[in-house]
Design a protein around this ligand. Structure first.
Ligand code: ADP
Ligand code: MN
Ligand code: MN
Ligand code: MN
Ligand code: MN
Length: 343
């Protein structure tokens, strides 16, 4: 029987930004293991801010299994963290998402490659040419030498893992990129964002490069060549009712609920978001809730096709930032949508 390398992956207890952790266990299986084959495991929660020293064991409950093409017989095992009695650990944000098979999410994950304390491609101690030609750019001057190669490798590893990786593009700042992940079911895309984040962070270790997930790593002066975009994680979402029934009346009630719960949304849309949601750089101010057709300066952008289809389809919440926990984002959006009666 082949020996598989099972990489158990989980989120630690650091706040407001959880870190990914993982460790390997070797186990024999007749064939590539399914979720049902994978045992629970444990780890030392006192080393991850998830337990006190005296009773430190936390449990790892597998919730997703993906092939790892970078390793012979490699298996990625995404886990929830449980307390010793089997209930969800307080850090387990996944466990708070309502179940809804008809909910679809598409996240646009932006990030910076960082090397030696600066975005990849920034000259030592200084700044490159101002923003303009980096977004969807081509050529060494715009893109640099290594970033595209890393993005390509990451894309292949994600596709090999069976993730619903949908696309990628170079972003507005130098060294900044985006990839998109789509999933059907309230937890699927969020699970896959975490696995994709894990794979990207692990891939770049050997290049001496880290991924900067923070939403405003370069705090330049506005309106000068030192003015740099922040990073978002736009959340595109739809439910069965939004896609199949919808209507202007329901849409307006939905926006009423998003307005009412503005603070609850902002609370889980990622740390330091006031640095990014300024009303500039295609964002709305953090203290305003607005929506508009094809409006990239609003909190929620309504795609043209949504209106043309009788207010049916998906909406884009542009407020979540690159460092937000997609479990919390998906959970909050669903709770707000579910607060609106569909009849
Ligand atoms: P943009 O950069 O123009 O905002 P992207 O193409 O980067 O848009 O991302 C759009 C996202 O919307 C994709 O991740 C896609 O999977 C997602 N999406 C498309 N249709 C739906 C839907 N019905 N429900 C939820 N998400 C959707
Ligand atoms: Mn040990
Ligand atoms: Mn995009
Ligand atoms: Mn983008
Ligand atoms: Mn977007």
């Amino acid at each position: 029987m082949p020996k598989y390398k099972l990489e158990y992956i989980w989120l630690d207890g650091y706040s407001p930004l959880a870190n990914l952790r993982s460790k390997t266990q070797i186990k024999e299986f007749a064939a590539f293991p399914t979720l049902a084959d994978l045992p629970q495991w444990n780890f030392d929660g006192s080393s991850t801010k998830q337990a006190e020293g005296s009773s430190a064991d936390c449990l790892l409950k597998p919730v997703g299994v993906y092939p790892d093409s970078t390793r012979k017989n490699g298996v990625l095992v995404m886990c929830e963290v449980l307390l010793p009695d089997g209930s969800p650990h307080p850090s387990n944000t996944r466990a708070t998402i309502p179940d809804d098979e008809g909910a679809w999410f598409g996240f646009e994950q932006e990030f910076f490659f960082y090397k030696d304390g600066a975005p990849l491609g920034f000259p030592p101690g200084g700044y490159p040419a101002p923003q303009g030609l980096y977004y969807t750019g081509v050529g060494f001057e715009s893109i640099g030498a290594l970033a595209r190669d890393l993005v390509e490798q990451h894309m292949d590893i994600c596709l090999d893992a069976g993730l619903n990786y949908e696309g990628t593009n170079a972003e507005v700042a130098k060294g900044q990129w985006e990839f998109q992940i789509f999933g059907k079911g309230s937890k699927k895309a969020a699970d896959e964002i975490w696995v994709a984040r894990y794979l990207l962070t692990r891939l770049t270790e050997r290049y001496g490069i880290d991924i900067e997930w923070e939403c405003k790593p370069i705090r330049g002066r506005f309106g000068t060549p030192l003015d740099w975009n922040g990073s978002g994680m736009h959340a595109n979402f739809s439910t069965k009712h939004m896609r199949e029934v919808g209507g202007k009346d329901y849409f307006e009630k939905l926006m009423g609920a998003f307005s009412k719960y503005m603070d609850e949304h902002i609370a889980v849309y990622g740390p330091d978001n006031h640095m990014r949601l300024t009303g500039l750089h295609e964002t709305q101010s953090i203290d305003k809730f607005t929506y508009g057709v094809a409006d990239r300066g609003s909190s929620i952008r309504i795609p043209h096709v949504f209106v043309n289809n009788g207010y049916r389809g998906y909406l884009e919440d542009r407020r979540p930032n690159s460092a937000a926990d997609p479990y919390l984002v998906a959970g909050r959006i669903l709770k707000t949508v579910q607060s609106v009666p569909t009849a």
